[in-house]
Write a protein that binds this ligand. Structure first.
Ligand SMILES: Nc1ncnc2c1ncn2[C@@H]1O[C@H](COP(=O)(O)OP(=O)(O)OP(=O)(O)O)[C@@H](O)[C@H]1O
Length: 243
């Protein structure tokens, strides 16, 4: 199986000695092209650490992370930054848009940071796909929360990354708007073949994914395919997530 992103026995320990915290314990996982994976687990189970290690935002204490054919271990920060700019897209809970830039400028920012030109046809295509046609001259403050997250999704797609990572991408949205954004993420996977890995606390959000990975105490303890929100909620309850 060829994976777009793979983790092999990844461990992450924060701190040293008595205060050391094992956030990940020999986690292995692989994400195939065009798959949508949700990562769930109780608070402190290691979800963000997993995402950050997979995205090259954090360095594992041991183990291997591969993005495409590239091994991340041993890369210096300059190369990691370049790799993240070109090959990884991010969508965060707080949309992290630049308020002084227009929608179009926000979307194309990763290209300018990478010193790459803008492919106008591709820009038009993603603007249309995320439903922002006619809004490209607006500033973030003139948009609703859902529209701002659509800008962030377009920005994540603009470099044609191998994978898009979402850290609670619907965490700041109301229920209806969150559904729209999840439907868009689902389309990005099913319609464009994009690979998406998303951390979420919400069983409904997880139900939009193909697969849910459940973390507990730094380990993957279960995997669910074709999830429903009820099945995910039940699994989370058994993990003691909402006690
Ligand atoms: N920079 C850090 N320094 C020290 N400990 C950390 C650091 N980041 C995370 N941890 C610890 O590692 C463990 C896993 O944290 P992580 O943020 O990955 O969990 P999470 O599942 O994303 O939690 P949440 O759902 O609350 O966001 C926790 O015990 C946390 O306190």
């Amino acid at each position: 199986m060829t994976y777009v992103v793979s983790l092999d026995a990844v461990s992450k320990v924060y701190g040293r000695g008595q205060g050391a915290v094992a956030a990940l314990r020999e986690v292995s996982a692989g994400f195939t092209q065009g798959s949508f994976t949700a990562v769930m687990g109780p608070s402190g189970s290691g979800k963000s650490t997993l995402l950050h290690c997979a995205a090259g935002l954090d360095t594992p204490t041991s183990g291997s992370v591969r993005l495409g054919g590239t091994e991340l271990a041993g890369m210096n920060e300059t190369r990691l930054t370049e790799l993240r700019r070109r090959r990884v897209g991010f969508v965060f809970q707080a949309f992290n848009l630049v308020s002084s830039l227009t929608v179009a400028e926000n979307i194309t920012l990763p290209l300018r940071l990478a010193g790459a030109g803008v492919d106008r046809a591709w820009l038009e295509e993603i603007v249309k796909r995320v439903g922002l046609a006619g809004r490209t001259g607006h500033r973030p403050a003139q948009l609703s929360g859902g529209q701002q997250q659509r800008v962030a999704i377009a920005r994540a797609l603009v470099t044609r990354p191998e994978v898009v990572f979402g850290d609670e991408p619907t965490g700041a949205l109301d229920t209806m708007t969150a559904r729209d954004v999840l439907t868009l993420l689902r389309e990005v996977v099913s319609g464009m073949g994009q690979t998406v890995v998303m951390v979420t606390h919400d069983p409904v959000a997880a139900s939009y994914a193909d697969t849910v990975l459940f973390l507990a105490d730094g380990r993957i303890v279960d995997e669910m395919t074709d999830p429903t929100s009820d099945k995910v909620a039940e699994r989370m309850t058994r993990l003691g997530a909402w006690n």
